[in-house]
Design a protein around this ligand. Structure first.
Ligand SMILES: *Cc1c(COP(=O)(O)O)cnc(C)c1O
Length: 425
């Protein structure tokens, strides 16, 4: 691929882009004057698919006209509504349908899955996470340790970047796992690190964790819909994710969970129960004998948030229509290379991209650190926002931008770099 820094080049890339028509399927957020922003923050809250609004409206209308009958009436009946999401989600995370369910929200699912998969016993009590884990994950893990009577100072093992590095050296993870050995109960790591955008070697992490007898789970918040995943074949024990980032389900959208097939028919596995986990055909007989659904659905507690699921359904349909995650990733890789090129060409030495260089080690998100002496990164971020760019600022010193292949254009990327260049001395 040969790029140049002209706007014409960006326009040609868009003209050749077979996914370009999907942008029209989204509402692109606007500024105060109603002009479309350069929306590069789909890593935080994906743009709204028009189809999401339509599907939510449909459910509001069904509620209005059917009332309680909506639970059992028609193809969109609410009782089994979550099943509409199962196969599309399974394709995205590389799982079998019985291993995937949409339910609750991310942090809740992490807790429910740790109830089953963090079972400290004897000297095997440690959990390994990353040093700069997303705070919610850190809190969840610490509170699980305390819940089991453990001391986080002894049971929580963290691995971070080496002195002076921004990203984690996978060897350090593998060594730390091996060092913990039979004291390690659980490895819980992100698929894609939220700050740097680094993809962790998930297959290798599963193998390393299992080699010492630990369970391995992933937080896929920044990975799902961003990079291809193969949870079943990697053999991960469990995973959880949110759907409002790269899966565009809207604020607070329903979460997702994966439990590997080998754990699905193990009646002794501890689990918190609710009525949505018991057999569907007898659930409404209201008996108090629990008969688990023989899929990950047995981790469900409550009847499902239909409005959020309707929005997600609209988005997942678009992803399937576009050809699925592999096709999206193909465009994403071109967008990554193009933004790499422009940053090098136009802003070399003024900006440091903390994201790894190799495509295999990164998703759509860039973590840009402003390195010019005397220039305040936070002020640059605010000026970008004023100029119509939507991105985000993460302390201590990073502007995160993520071109999303379903709706961002190459011209978006070009305009972003031109604006950033203008803002820097
Ligand atoms: C976005 C994100 C969360 C958010 O958790 P919620 O339970 O959805 O509020 C948690 N962890 C990570 C790693 C995230 O990226």
């Amino acid at each position: 691929m040969v790029f140049d820094a002209s706007l014409a080049c960006a326009e040609q890339l868009d003209a050749a882009d077979t996914l370009a028509r999907y942008r029209a399927e989204f509402a692109i957020p606007t500024d105060a004057d109603g002009n479309e922003t350069i929306y590069l923050v789909g890593n935080s809250l994906g743009a709204m698919p028009h189809r999401a609004r339509n599907y939510v409206t449909t459910e509001m209308e069904r509620w209005g006209s059917l009332g309680v009958e909506g639970h059992f009436t028609g193809e969109l009946a609410w009782e089994p509504y979550h099943e509409l999401l199962t196969e599309p989600l399974a394709r995205i995370v590389g799982a079998r349908p019985e291993e995937v369910v949409a339910m609750n929200s991310l942090t809740v699912n992490l807790h429910l899955l740790m109830v089953s998969f963090y079972r400290p016993e004897g000297t095997r009590r440690k959990i390994l996470i990353e040093e700069h884990a997303f705070p919610s994950d850190h809190f969840a893990v610490e509170s699980q340790i305390r819940f089991h009577g453990g001391d986080p100072a002894k049971c929580l093992v963290t691995v971070g970047p080496r002195q002076g590095a921004a990203t984690i050296d996978p060897d350090d993870l593998f060594n730390a796992i091996a060092e913990c050995g039979d004291e390690l109960a659980l490895v819980m790591l992100p698929g894609v690190q939220y700050y740097t955008g680094q993809v962790l070697p998930m297959a290798g992490i599963v193998a390393a964790g299992h080699a010492v007898g630990a369970k391995v789970g992933f937080d896929l918040a920044h990975a799902v819909g961003n990079v291809p995943l193969d949870l079943h074949n990697w053999g991960a024990d469990f995973a959880a994710w949110c759907t409002y980032k790269y899966l565009n389900s809207g604020p607070g959208g329903v979460g997702g969970a994966f439990v590997h097939e080998r754990h699905l028919r193990t009646p002794d596995l501890p689990k918190f129960l609710g009525w949505w986990g018991t057999r569907k055909d007898t659930r409404f007989q209201m008996e108090t004998v629990y008969e688990p659904i023989p899929t990950v659905e047995s981790w469900q507690l409550s009847n499902a948030p239909i409005l959020s699921m309707a929005a997600l359904r609209g988005s997942l349909e678009l992803i399937d229509e576009a050809g699925g995650i592999t096709v999206l990733r193909h465009k994403s890789e071109r967008q990554i290379r193009y933004l790499d090129y422009l940053l090098n060409e136009e802003l070399d030495t003024k900006i440091l991209n903390l994201t790894p260089t190799e495509l295999a080690d990164r998703g759509a998100q860039f973590a840009l650190s402003i390195t010019m002496p005397g220039v305040d990164g936070r002020a640059v971020y605010e000026a970008l926002e004023t100029a119509g760019v939507r991105c985000d600022w993460r302390y201590p010193n990073v502007i995160r931008v993520a071109p999303v292949p379903l709706y961002n254009t190459f011209v978006d990327i070009h305009r972003f770099v031109a604006i950033l260049k203008d803002l820097l001395p």
